[in-house]
Design a protein around this ligand. Sequence first.
Ligand code: BGC
Length: 347
Amino acid sequence: MGFCSPVCKILRRGKYFVLLLLSLSVLAWIATFSGETVKSLQVSSATTRTLVKDRDSLRDKVNSPAPDRLKTPPPKVQCPQESPLLQGALKLSFESSLKLKDVEIENKGVTEGEYEPPDCKSRQSVAILIPHRNRERHLLYLLHHLHPFLQRQQLHYAIYVIQQAGDATFNRAKLLNVGYLEALKDYSWECFIFHDVDLVPENDYNLYVCDKQPKHLVVGRNATGYKLRYKGYFGGVTAMTKDQFLQVNGFSNTYWGWGGEDDDLRIRVELQKMKIMRPPADVARYTMVFHKRDSGNEINKDRMRLLGRTPQVWKKDGLNSCSYKTLSIERLPLYLNVTVDIGKPQS
Ligand code: BGC
């Protein structure tokens, strides 16, 4: 029709204007959107970097030592030079009603005769060797006192009872050689205590540890007015390191019956230029549980002759010539019970 009214013209121009506005806002929106994408890409790469960094620090954390409180079990510190548990002179009891079960209940920390302090690393590992035959009551009293005594000293220890099988004459020294050799099959004990079954220590400052020189722990006992029996006395309870005992070739195997074997060991020690040490007399005190002389352990009348030949024979008579047959090893709650056939005296 070729005709457009002024209103129509205004409307047509307005349409272009709206179109222009629309295109501008689309452009503006595109510009905004792309900006955000860049920004969000930047954010996400930053996040990745953070994660990588976190993963690295996690690896560092995993590989670095854990804080102490998380370690199980915590490393044990060495026990103090002097145990804080020591009590000094003790009142000993020898109740006739005492049972082995009572002693087991009182010593829950002992397993198969062995104990380790729970809170610290002991300064020495000590094997206690007790030669034995038919002295059950004495053994019970000794175990009753010795276990808590050793625990108060914060020792890693085990008690070995070496039983002589059969009824041939008793040989304390040879049983102790057997105990040493058998105990070393269990553990590399640093220190050995050679202990009579009828001697009970009275004071826990009498330390059952070894020293640079062999130690004699019985200065006095009730039966003899707490006096040293004679200058060279080396019997009852003695302490020697694994190496000291090896150096003297252990005890002689030839002392059957009572007496002489401890004097023989002293001679061996002296031949090696070692010096016997003793704790102070007020500490090295023992109660001897009364008993009659055992049958099968008669006085060895030959002991003086044997002592005279020690310097000539010690190298071939001792640990290196100790022949025996182990009949059984029972791992009882409070001690290791080693039963051996050690033969009989050669006539
Ligand atoms: C014996 C030792 C004994 C000492 C103390 C000595 O005559 O030879 O074996 O230990 O007396 O009774």
